[in-house]
Design a protein. Structure first.
Length: 453
């Protein structure tokens, strides 16, 4: 981790209860994530002035998140005090945004100044020297985050930089998503358990106790989903991708243990295999499965499904995925923004807007609308009512703030990698020989380009 964002981390037990005391403990116990590189921060060179600068932001937000963003942009334009004007334009997903930027890069009048940057696109932006290193801006005494910043430092280091061992800060997180475990607390308590399983052996035992295939009831849900499979690899201390030059190598050996366990649970009648996350949400709400792994961005969908379930709502909660590591390891994705190269005052104006989006109230509004977790601890003071109504999202945020985080592959921008992982997953669950399937997957992955991976 880069020393400029290092902070001490504390693990919060996931049984902190349903009161706002948990948030108070979080705010009191977590140190602030400053952005200084030890000693005094250095000012930006040239003393640029962003006053009265107009910038265009090409974004990928949709639905309620886009409408909230537009409202926030209007507020920023009115209240930023510098006359900076932002024009927000939806330009597709992060892959489409990169393609459009490359297409207009020779025409300066058409190039945006701020863009949404996916993890999978960082290498192309970096190779073309298109993005500004945001570290000098974040550490500037006047324009930077300052000592009072409560942004969780690991989010910046893990998903912002161009490499796992440091490098330029090319994208800045404004929303986070982690894979968590959802569980039916009422059902678990009826089985005689007072807490969810914390390791895979315990999950196996709980799943056996809960399952009754004749009644279509199963202990665990197995969605054929690449991100959930990645989370299982991380929970055992493994990794999925290994850097190789300008690309990656798929570490298929790390898939063997989780795939073997999932197939054993299925063959014993203790797990229900599902085609996609929406099926998993429905099965959970209908009381067909006790435990399931899911991205935190889907928690709102779980809540709606549980509230509208035919059998009536039930008590459910969120915990860290089972793990064999000393502390929980969560697969992390972020929504990140970057600033394209331009005049110094334009670059500073772009950073000023991004920094404002990470301040507490905009963070609270945007993360709620996008079903993401806030990146700033201080944002929780604006989320008290929301967390009171949706305690599962509060629990997910406490896990985000207190667990070890590992960056997940950007599967939305890497559809071929997702397709091949999920195809292999489905084959194994349908009875294909495990080692042969993994050898085939390794051969397929070896022919993929860095961008495809």
């Amino acid at each position: 981790m880069h020393p400029g964002f290092r902070q001490r981390r504390r693990w919060f037990p996931y049984g902190l209860g349903s009161t706002l005391l948990a948030l108070a403990l979080c705010l009191a116990a977590l140190p602030l994530a400053g952005c200084r590189r030890g000693g005094a921060a250095l000012p930006l060179t040239g003393n640029p002035d962003p006053s009265d600068v107009e910038i265009t932001y090409w974004h990928s937000w949709t639905g309620d998140a886009e409408q909230t963003l537009l409202t926030l942009v209007s507020r920023y334009n009115k209240d930023n005090g510098l006359g900076i004007v932002v024009r927000a334009v939806h330009a597709g997903d992060t892959g489409e945004i990169l393609s459009k930027v490359e297409a207009v890069s020779a025409t300066s009048d058409l190039v945006p100044q701020v863009v949404d940057v996916g993890a999978a696109q960082r290498s192309r932006y970096l190779a073309n020297d298109m993005l500004v290193d945001l570290e000098p801006y974040a550490g500037d005494p006047r324009w930077g985050l300052g000592d009072s910043s409560t942004i969780i430092g690991d989010l910046i280091d893990l998903h912002g930089r161009s490499g796992p061992r440091g490098g330029p800060l090319l994208r800045f997180p404004v929303g986070a998503d982690v894979v968590v475990m959802v569980y039916n607390r009422a059902w678990l308590e009826r089985l005689g358990y007072d807490k969810p399983p914390s390791d895979w052996r315990a999950l196996t035992n709980v799943s056996e106790a809960a399952s009754d295939p004749a009644q279509a009831r199963y202990g665990f849900a197995v969605p054929l989903d690449a991100l959930v499979l990645t989370a299982q690899v991380y929970s055992r201390g493994g990794s999925l991708l290994e850097s190789r030059g300008d690309g990656f190598r798929l570490k298929t050996r790390a898939l063997r243990t989780p795939l073997k366990l999932m197939r054993r649970l299925q063959s014993n009648g203790h797990a229900l295999v599902l085609a996609d996350p929406s099926e998993q949400q429905l099965a959970f709400a209908q009381g067909k499965v006790l435990l399931a792994l899911s991205p935190s961005r889907h928690l709102a969908h779980y809540g709606r499904s549980v509230r509208s379930a035919a059998g009536g709502p039930f008590d459910w909660a969120v915990a860290a995925p089972p793990h064999s590591t000393s502390r929980p390891v969560l697969a992390l994705s972020v929504h990140g923004l970057g600033v394209l190269r331009g005049a110094p005052e334009v670059q500073l104006a772009g950073w000023h807007f991004i920094r404002w989006l990470t301040t507490p109230e905009p963070q609270a509004l945007l993360s709620t609308a996008a079903d993401l977790l806030p990146v700033s601890i201080a944002a929780t003071k604006h989320l008290r009512d929301h967390f009171e109504a949706h305690p599962q999202q509060r629990e997910a945020f406490l896990l985000l703030a207190g667990s070890e985080l590992r960056p997940a592959p950007d599967f939305d921008a890497q559809p071929l990698l997702r397709e091949r992982l999920e195809s292999a997953y489905a084959s194994v669950m349908n009875g294909a020989e495990l080692d042969r399937t993994l050898r085939k997957l390794r051969k397929q992955a070896s022919g993929m380009s860095g961008d495809e991976r």
